[in-house]
Design a protein around this ligand. Structure first.
Ligand SMILES: Cc1cc2nc3c(=O)[nH]c(=O)nc-3n(C[C@H](O)[C@H](O)[C@H](O)COP(=O)(O)OP(=O)(O)OC[C@H]3O[C@@H](n4cnc5c(N)ncnc54)[C@H](O)[C@@H]3O)c2cc1C
Length: 338
């Protein structure tokens, strides 16, 4: 099933298509390694056409182990070091998992299926997050996890690419076949023309504003259907996320809105007075096994299928692609030669 593939020439120019989190990390590591990098993006700088724009931005390799394959934790742990190295101001102040009484069994199951957490009683929970005082009997604290604000971190990554000598062309939608040299296709769900197995898994979110609640880290609320969470942003904003629906339409349904807002209210009743700032949704690019792939066809490389874990794993995927181009190293779990 796997064929050998000719290693591209190290000194060829590298064109990356798609400046979402996958493409941005590829461009950054290749530019830093001395390659002549051009990153093409069909959106303008606001990146409204990328799934990454709509993401929560949690860097949560331990929590994700509850539902994801071990490869996600492996790549995620590798990636945390890269986030720390490239953007040292990334907050790594952990994440919390809490549950209401009726979801107690799911909470215990979550605790059993994950590592890297410490159980906090109500007092310790309130010390860590004073706004949660009296709200929950206990919680799981994943101290080593982090989170980024996608709408701030993508421009920062883009700036670092330019600082490393790369070029970014916004409003640029080249045909891959017309490009010389190495092409790394990071078009996410738009790459379906060459990756017919890709599907979009819709994630809905709501942005709210409240000055009555203050959180320092993402709080996940155990829920029988979806991992619902509240992520604090700057300026008293909170992102409520995220549904996971096998559909490729846009917008937020009334039912999803009720569930997301209900989760916020369950975390803290003061959220009832919060102002709704935005409803939004994005399509997570996923293969049937929900695992990421680096597909290599000589000097055409496709990085896709980041599904629910783009921010968590993109840096590690970029490191793997670079190791292949520079040294011919193949990671059998993620790469396939086509
Ligand atoms: C609601 C929600 C919450 C999420 N929360 C998290 C989270 O907390 N943590 C996490 O790790 N992940 C999270 N994700 C998943 C994450 O957002 C995705 O895995 C990730 O954004 C995929 O990145 P990508 O770069 O592959 O695709 P995209 O971000 O979609 O980037 C692809 C880019 O390619 C561009 N493009 C397409 N075609 C062309 C072309 N022909 N020429 C030029 N450019 C082109 C597009 O405009 C786009 O900017 C979440 C997703 C959603 C929807």
């Amino acid at each position: 099933m796997y064929q050998s593939s000719k290693i591209p020439r190290e000194d060829s120019p590298v064109s990356i298509i798609g400046a979402g989190v996958a493409g941005a990390w590829q461009a950054l590591l290749f530019a830093q390694a001395g390659h002549d990098v051009t990153l093409h993006e069909r959106s303008d700088e606001a990146m409204m056409l990328s799934t990454s724009h709509w993401a929560g931005g949690m860097l949560a390799p331990y929590c994700e182990a509850e539902a994801a394959e071990p490869i996600i934790s492996r790549l995620g742990l590798q990636a945390l070091d890269l986030w720390r190295r490239e953007l040292p101001d990334t907050p790594f102040n952990g994440s919390l998992v809490v549950a209401h009484r009726r979801d107690r069994n799911d909470f215990e199951r979550f605790a059993k299926l994950t590592t890297g957490h410490r159980r906090l009683d109500a007092t310790a929970l309130a010390e860590l997050e004073p706004s949660l005082e009296g709200r929950f009997r206990d919680g799981l604290y994943f101290a080593a996890e982090g989170h980024v604000e996608p709408r701030r971190v993508l421009p920062k990554l883009h700036q670092r690419i330019i600082a490393a000598g790369g070029t970014i062309k916004f409003n640029s939608e080249p045909a891959p076949d017309d490009i010389e040299g190495i092409v790394i296709d990071c078009r996410g769900i738009a790459a379906r023309d060459v990756e017919p197995e890709l599907r979009g898994v819709k994630g809905e979110l709501i942005l709210i504003e409240s000055s009555e609640v203050s959180l320092a880290r993402p709080v996940r609320l155990i829920h029988p259907r979806w991992p619902l969470y509240v992520i604090p942003r700057d300026d008293h904003l909170f992102m409520l996320g995220a549904t996971s629906i096998e559909a490729e339409d846009w917008g937020v349904s009334v039912r999803s809105a009720l569930e997301l807002l209900g989760a916020a209210y369950a975390v803290h009743p003061a959220f009832a007075e919060a102002r709704i700032v935005e409803f939004g949704s994005g399509l997570r690019p996923a293969y049937p096994d929900n695992l990421p792939r680096i597909s290599i066809d000589n000097n055409r490389i496709r990085v896709n299928g980041l599904y629910r874990h783009g921010f968590l794993i993109a840096p590690a995927l970029a490191e793997l692609t670079l190791a292949y181009v520079d040294h011919g190293r193949i990671d059998n779990e993620v790469m396939r030669c086509v």
